[in-house]
Design a protein around this ligand. Structure first.
Ligand code: EPZ
Length: 418
């Protein structure tokens, strides 16, 4: 289990180039089995979620070529419709492989992904959407077994704008007979990216980014070369780190629209923010004002994936902030670790009351999930003294070259293999 040793208290200066979005690359990789031609995705980050998705594809029979930042998938010889259980456990979001495997093989088998570190993570909306497309689904001994002789377009209303369910239904519908309409669809930028990727393969998808998406089934999809959008959560993580530590950074490769909710809060906290094309500049003296309330909601609201990192900022902002986590049941696990660093946080269910203190102090802390781990790194960077952040397997799921990128902008951080 690796750990970070971090000497806090240094301001951050310089440029950060964001990676391709993890939450865009994963559905694009799932979509690559929809064609038996070659798919090339550029800028694929070296993170364990991506490596696990590539392992799933190769166990289905796809040929994978991986360079430092490209993935080439050749699905010609894909033969298996069974998504390996040990990999589903590692990668919950493998559940949206269902849609593309069903479309390719008219059948699919996956072990129930179950809950994880941030909540129950049910998949009822995925399964009810697939059933509307004519998929027969049997759940037995912890497996979900799907059969779809002929996927047929349908009008689907999601009870909740679930990102994964929206993606799964799109993947199952692109080669279905007829037209599918998804209402109350998720509007995240990663879904727009999936639409653009599929249309570049010859699909007919329209409306992504709005709550109504229309998919006209086509017979065949061809290969494609594609560069996904920048990772808005990685960008937000670095912007929050600079806001907390003080300094001036420029984050490149991201549309400011994709993190407008965060930028709005950071301005209220007193950060200077300028935007130029796909570059976001942030300046901060490290002495931040608190905002009264932050509530996570589906896009374009404040993203749940930046809640932990932003809660860390609230720990040393002057004043009290109420943080409400509306998307997941247990996404405040990092709070207990921040309290070991001197934070004043009270958590009840999905709400945290955070009273700003002058400074946090270094401590030994342990990550319990991906974004909570990033929050602890930010806390350690802004704290006085030395911290150890244990269990880097979580941050390694979503941040490529994390310590390298932080060192490049002045952080004193090193990875220790233990
Ligand atoms: C995606 O997860 C992201 N993961 C998550 O990012 C992100 O937090 C989440 O969307 C919300 O934005 C990927 O894209 C790989 P949801 P997903 O379905 O699709 C409920 C990260 O840190 N729900 O939009 O699983 C669910 O319980 C990860 O990068 C149902 O009730 O999220 C939750 O309360 C973490 N039934 C809410 O919807 C369902 O069938 C949002 O879930 C599906 C979801």
């Amino acid at each position: 289990m690796d750990k970070f040793m971090i000497e806090g208290g240094r301001k951050l200066f310089g440029k950060v180039e964001v990676q391709s979005a993890k939450n865009a690359v994963l559905p694009l990789l799932a979509a690559s089995v929809l064609t038996d031609e070659q798919v090339k995705i550029r800028g694929v980050p070296a993170i364990s979620d991506v490596e696990n998705m590539l392992k799933i594809l190769s166990e289905l029979g796809c040929k994978i070529k991986r360079t430092k930042d490209c993935a080439i998938i050749d699905g010609k010889n894909a033969v298996s419709h069974e998504i390996p259980a040990r990999l589903t456990k590692e990668l919950r979001s493998s559940v949206f492989m269902l849609g593309s495997v069903l479309s390719r093989f008219q059948k699919a088998k996956i072990s129930y992904p179950g809950g994880c570190d941030i909540g129950l993570r049910p998949i009822d909306l995925h399964l009810s959407g697939l059933k509307r497309l004519g998929v027969q689904i049997v759940e037995e001994n912890g497996y979900i077994i799907c059969v779809a002789e002929n996927l047929t377009g349908a009008d689907i209303l999601l009870d909740f704008p679930s990102v994964g369910a929206t993606e799964n239904i799109i993947l199952a519908a692109v080669k279905a007979k007829g037209v599918t309409v998804i209402r109350n669809a998720a509007k995240e930028p990663e879904i727009v990216d999936l639409q653009n990727f599929l249309n570049a393969m010859g699909a007919k998808v329209a409306g992504a980014g709005s709550s109504t998406i229309v998919i006209e089934g086509v017979k065949k999809l061809h290969g494609v070369e594609y560069t996904p959008i920048g990772d808005r959560i990685e960008a937000g993580t670095f912007l929050i780190a600079a806001a907390v530590c003080g300094g001036e950074i420029e984050v490149e490769g991201i549309s400011s629209e994709n993190i407008a909710a965060l930028l709005h809060k950071l301005r209220e906290n007193g950060c200077k923010i300028h935007i130029k094309n796909d570059k976001i500049y942030l300046g901060s003296d490290g002495n931040l004002k608190s905002v009264d309330l932050v509530e996570t909601t589906p896009f374009p609201g404040f993203p749940t994936d930046l809640q932990a990192q932003y809660s860390t900022l609230c720990c040393t902002a002057s004043g009290t902030t109420l943080v409400v986590e509306n998307l997941f049941e247990t996404r405040f696990k990092f709070a207990a670790e921040l309290k070991r660093m001197g934070a004043d946080i009270s958590v009840r269910d999905r709400t945290a009351v955070i009273r700003g203190v002058k400074k946090l102090h270094g401590a030994c802390v342990t990550a319990g999930d991906l974004r909570g781990g990033a929050a602890l790194v930010i806390a350690a960077l802004g704290a006085e003294g030395e911290s150890s952040v244990y269990d880097l397997s979580y941050v390694d799921r979503g941040y490529a070259d994390f310590e390298y990128k932080l060192r490049k902008i002045g952080a004193n951080i090193k990875r220790i293999h233990i």
